[in-house]
Design a protein around this ligand. Structure first.
Ligand code: SF4
Length: 230
């Protein structure tokens, strides 16, 4: 069943309003927190970014609750543990999130696993760089995917948190046919993506060279930088 034109228009207006509220707020809070912390990604600043994950979760839950009263099809989600087609897609990650992920890995992964992860990152990035087209690149999974589950789930970035599909069959087919439109849940996507955009805009105006990067190559660059100074 599809939404009628009026309810689709109303949904779009609600999501646009959520974006208009969140993006400037995330931008302002990020700039203030960055300047307060001397433009370093210290623990106070990273705590601020992590708090955005929680806020986005609350806002997405409020949208889900209000949409579920009108049309259950708006909020039906196909995602479940063990389904990982989306972990082949390109994931853009904001600069501070690489620190959040790295801290999580440092705290929870044994040394051997960190070593193995760096090898996997190198292999993933070099294989993706060698691919001639998008379909080939999409055949390669994210370096953090283990047995079809995310090994950094608690620290996963905005982009992964935003992504909930209404049809996993389309996700699967998309890996071979990028002309398809994956029907995603806007209740999830809108708040997480709006916080991400606010953070990126804040990093841009405070002169960060790379406000966001692709997950695997950015994480590899991050580790290479750290190794240089050890
Ligand atoms: S970080 Fe986790 S959720 Fe995101 S693409 Fe990689 S494995 Fe999937």
């Amino acid at each position: 069943m599809y939404q009628n034109k009026n309810s689709e228009k109303l949904s779009n207006e609600i999501f646009e309003t959520i974006e208009r509220q969140i993006i400037p707020k995330a931008f302002q809070h990020t700039v203030v927190s960055l300047l307060k912390n001397n433009k370093t990604f210290n623990s106070d600043f990273l705590q601020k970014i992590t708090s955005f994950y929680e806020e986005a979760k609350v806002i997405s839950q409020i949208s889900i609750n209000s949409f579920s009263k009108n049309n259950k099809n708006d909020i039906a989600i196909a995602c479940q543990r063990g389904c990982s087609f989306c972990c082949h897609l390109k994931v853009m990650v904001t600069a501070p999130e690489f620190h959040i992920i790295s801290n999580y890995i440092q705290e929870t992964f044994p040394k051997e696993k960190i070593k193995a992860l760096k090898t996997t990152l190198r292999k993933t990035v070099s294989e993706k760089n060698r691919c001639a087209d998008l379909a080939e690149r999409l055949a390669i999974q994210c370096s953090f995917l283990e047995n079809n589950a995310c090994s950094i789930y608690e620290a996963r970035p905005f982009t992964c948190r935003a992504y909930y599909s209404k049809d996993s069959k389309v996700c699967q087919k998309y890996l071979k046919n990028q002309n398809l439109d994956i029907p995603i849940s806007m209740c999830h996507y809108t708040p997480y993506n709006a916080f991400k955009r606010g953070v990126i805009q804040a990093l841009e105006v405070t002169d960060f060279e790379l406000p966001a990067e692709e997950l695997n190559s950015g994480m590899l660059r991050f580790y290479n930088l750290i190794d240089q100074f050890l």
